[in-house]
Design a protein. Structure first.
Length: 101
């Protein structure tokens, strides 16, 4: 049974590593066949913006109700479930095995 778990874990890790590495294999090292010619302006002192941009207004928006209520509730329920699972697991293991003296 332990061997099956080890094989499963090794398979999942290898699939995860392959999924992470796939974009690197898809990248092409060959340059593009078509290139364009660009020119760069040497005189940067006389350049001015076409339209002056006003400073952005800072708006202090209230957080939506999901951020204020749902996310903390999900976090608390998750912690309670994990604590309950740990306690339940410890109780079930204790009842299965007895200490031999």
């Amino acid at each position: 049974m332990k061997r099956l778990h080890r094989i499963t874990v090794i398979a999942l890790v290898s699939v995860l590593l392959t999924a992470i590495a796939l974009p690197a294999f898809a990248a092409s090292d060959t340059p593009a066949a078509e290139t364009t010619d660009t020119t760069v302006i040497d005189n940067h002192e006389n350049l001015k913006p076409a339209v002056p941009a006003p400073p952005p207004d800072v708006v202090d928006e209230e957080q939506p109700w999901t951020v204020r209520f749902i996310y903390p509730t999900i976090a608390i329920v998750t912690v309670l479930l994990l604590v309950g699972l740990v306690i339940g697991y410890n109780r079930s293991v204790r009842s299965r095995y007895t200490v031999v003296r």
